[in-house]
Design a protein around this ligand. Structure first.
Ligand code: NAD
Ligand code: TYD
Length: 350
C-alpha cells in the first residue's frame, strides 16, 4: 500500500499534539507532517515522545502565509489534512478579535485553496478534515442538546471565526467537490493544555496558592471531554467518517463551572495532602466574561451509533490523570507560564 502523506496543522498545541502522537505511533506507514507556527500555545515539548520517529516531520510555519503554504503543498502534495491550527481561547478573542479572523478564517481559506489547487483534477482518496467546536452553535438554555442540525449561532469572536471557517469548508465541498469532514467537539481537558483554560489555569493557581477567578455566578455549564478521547474520535472519523458529513463529539458529561471547580479543589487537596477545604478557600467570584454562553451540551449519538465511538474514561478518572500529569510536570508548567503568560494574566485578571 502506498504510504499516506498527512498534514496535521496545529500539532504542537494541546489537542493537536495528542492527535500527532496517536497517528505517529499507531500508523507507522503514514508520513505525518506537523505544521505549526509555535505561537504562545504551541510547544514542541509536547511531542518529545515521537520527535525522532522516522514517519514524523515538524515544519515551522504560519497558515496565514499564502506563498509559504502553496509552496509546501506543491513540494509535499499532502493527500490528507487534519486542520487544528487556530487561535483557541475565548477571552483572547474578546481582546483581539482580528487575530482570530486572520488565523481561523483566512488561514483556513489558504489551506483550503492550496488543497483544492493540488488535487482539483482528482480528489479520489483525498480528505480535508476540519476540527471545530460546539461553540459555533451558540448557547443552550437549561434544556436541550446540540445536534449536527442545530443552527449556527455563535456569540464570541472565537466562535464566530470558527463558524465562519466551518462554512467555508462546507462551501468548498459544495462548490468545488472538495472531500471534507467536520467535527464539532465540546470542551477538552487533559495533559498539555495551556493554563489559560479553566481546568489547567485553576490547577496551576491551586499549586501556587493563587485566587481561582470564577466568572459571574459560576452557574455556566460545559460538557467536558478527555483530550485522548477526542483524539480517538478524530482517528475514527478520519478513517471511517462519511465525506461531507459533520459529527458532534462530546463527553456526555455536563458540569456547572462552580461544581467542577469544587470537585477539582477536593481532588487537589487530596493530591497535595492539604487539609480538606483549603483549595476551595481560593475561589473568588470575578467580573463575568462579556457575551458568556450559558450552556453547551453535545448530543454525540451520531458518532456513537454510526462509528461506535464513546468516551473511554469517566470525568473523575480523566481529571485525576490530568492533575497527576500537571503535578509531575512542573518544568513544563513553569516554562509555559513564564514570559508572555505573565502579561496576559495581568491584563486578564488584575
Ligand atoms: P491550542 O491553542 O492549544 O493550539 C493551537 C495550535 O495552533 C498551537 O500549537 C499554535 O501554535 C498553532 N497555531 C496558531 N496559529 C497558527 C498559525 N497561524 N499557523 C500555524 N499554527 C498556528 O488549541 P487546542 O485547544 O489544541 O485546539 C485545537 C483545535 O481544536 C482548534 O481548531 C480549536 O478550535 C478546536 N477545539 C478545541 C477545543 C478545546 O476545548 N480546546 C474544543 C473543540 C475544538
Ligand atoms: P474556558 O476553559 O475558557 O473554555 P470555553 O470558554 O471555551 O468554554 O472556560 C470554561 C468555562 O469556565 C467558561 O464558562 C468560562 C469559565 N471560566 C472562569 O469562570 N474563569 C476563568 O478564569 C476561565 C478561564 C474560564
Amino acid at each position: 500500500m502506498k504510504s499516506k502523506s498527512i498534514l496535521i496543522t496545529g500539532g504542537a498545541g494541546f489537542i493537536g499534539s495528542h492527535v500527532v502522537k496517536l497517528f505517529v505511533q499507531k500508523y507507522p506507514n503514514y508520513k505525518i507532517f506537523n505544521l505549526d507556527a509555535l505561537t504562545y500555545a504551541g510547544n514542541l515539548e509536547n511531542l518529545k515522545d515521537i520527535e525522532s520517529k522516522n514517519n514524523y516531520k515538524f515544519i515551522k510555519g504560519d497558515i496565514t502565509d499564502e506563498a509559504f503554504i502553496n509552496k509546501l503543498f506543491s513540494e509535499y502534495r499532502f493527500d490528507k489534512v487534519i486542520h487544528l491550527a487556530a487561535e483557541s481561547h475565548v477571552d483572547r478573542s474578546i481582546k483581539d478579535p482580528l487575530a482570530f479572523v486572520k488565523t481561523n478564517v483566512i488561514g483556513t481559506m489558504i489551506l483550503l485553496n492550496a488543497f483544492k489547487e493540488t488535487w482539483k483534477d482528482n480528489f479520489e482518496n483525498k480528505l480535508f478534515y476540519h476540527v471545530s467546536t460546539d461553540e459555533v452553535y451558540g448557547s443552550l438554555g437549561q434544556a436541550g442538546l446540540f445536534t449536527e442540525t442545530t443552527s449556527y449561532d455563535p456569540n464570541s469572536p472565537y466562535s464566530a471565526s470558527k463558524a465562519s471557517s466551518d462554512h467555508f469548508v462546507r462551501a468548498y465541498g459544495e462548490t468545488y467537490g472538495l472531500p471534507y469532514v467536520i467535527t464539532n467537539c465540546s470542551n477538552n481537558y487533559g495533559q498539555n493544555q495551556f493554563p489559560e483554560k479553566l481546568i489547567p489555569l485553576f490547577i496551576n493557581n491551586i499549586i501556587n496558592n493563587k485566587a481561582l477567578p470564577v466568572y459571574g455566578d459560576g452557574n455556566y455549564t460545559r460538557d467536558w471531554l478527555y483530550v485522548i478521547d477526542h483524539a480517538r474520535a478524530i482517528d475514527l472519523v478520519f478513517h471511517k467518517g462519511v465525506l461531507g458529513e459533520t459529527y458532534n463529539i462530546g463527553g456526555f458529561n455536563e458540569w456547572k463551572n462552580i461544581d467542577l471547580v469544587k470537585l477539582l479543589c477536593k481532588q487537589m487537596d487530596l493530591k497535595l495532602n492539604k487539609p480538606r477545604g483549603s483549595s476551595e478557600k481560593l475561589i473568588t467570584y470575578v467580573k463575568d466574561r462579556p457575551g458568556h454562553d450559558l450552556r453547551y451540551a453535545i448530543d454525540a449519538s451520531k458518532i456513537n451509533k454510526e462509528l461506535g465511538w464513546k468516551p473511554s474514561v469517566t470525568f473523575e478518572e480523566g481529571l485525576a490523570i490530568t492533575i497527576d500529569w500537571y503535578l509531575s510536570n512542573d518544568d513544563w508548567l513553569n516554562s509555559v507560564t513564564s514570559g508572555e503568560y505573565q502579561s496576559y494574566y495581568k491584563k486578564q485578571y488584575n
